[in-house]
Design a protein around this ligand. Sequence first.
Ligand SMILES: C[S@@+](CC[C@H](N)C(=O)[O-])C[C@H]1O[C@@H](n2cnc3c(N)ncnc32)[C@H](O)[C@@H]1O
Length: 297
Amino acid sequence: MLNALNPQPGGRYADGTLGGAGHAASILAASSPTGWLSGCDRDGGAVEMAKKRLAEKFAGRFEVRRGNFAELADWIAEKSCDGVLLDLGVSSPQLDTAGRGFSFQLDGPLDMRMDDRQELTAADLVNRESAEALAEIFWEYGDERQSSRFARAIVREREVKKMETTRQLAELCEKVSPRGAKKIHPATKIFQALRIAVNGEIESLKRGLDAAVKILKPGGRLALITFHSLEVRVVREFAAEKTRDYTFPGAVDVPALRQPRAPQLKWISRKAILPGDEELRTNPRARSAQLRVLEKT
Ligand SMILES: C[S@@+](CC[C@H](N)C(=O)[O-])C[C@H]1O[C@@H](n2cnc3c(N)ncnc32)[C@H](O)[C@@H]1O
């Protein structure tokens, strides 16, 4: 990430996913003594943690707000940033706190909200949505091939007992698709899909990418860390559109109707940069992380 953004003294950087501010602190350290960081997170706890951590060493060099990165361009000036980082998905403190309801390995309420000011929870989805709507969520956001089986089992179960806890849902998933020799737990994709739906992650990502392009200066870098194939697909589609040197009318690209235009972005690293052995040893959760880098033209 530091190679990608190459932070410099006097540079201005934005981190849309502060989390515990590990990346943010590295950016500020690398851009000492005068680099500036604007950062946000939807999670109130993360924002407090980030503020505290950054204040210890970098007082007067950052602004941190609670909010969705989809809205970065509402408070960061257009063409003002030398680098923008989005490190997508959930953080370790979110996963490891049973009460947040993100983990099928811990028992907690079926919550999964990154921003606890939001009303909709995972329990609302699993107790209210039709079997068809749940199957669609599991298929679309979890790439779950047995999406309808899981959805129907949830609807049957909730008629007997309301779905309230992560353990209840995880056990139901195991009944629907016994683990056997499978490498991943049968609840993995179901939990991922519900989390993405509860937090509107795909919509936020699309809006966040557009906001990032707005706030970048020409020559500024966009570093994107994804954790699953759905995020990768959104990033690839976004990049394909922004790096193209022509537009076309309507939805179909007819070569004869192309209009030339200057692309907004160019690829610096289209191929995913993956964590090395050392990083994987110290941080096994980085195993599915992929970094891609673009530059504003
Ligand atoms: C993988 S963690 C980031 C970790 C961080 N880079 C660090 O160094 O600690 C992802 C964080 O992004 C936040 N997040 C996810 N989607 C968001 C969005 N649309 N807007 C703002 N924050 C978001 C989550 O709440 C979580 O804290």
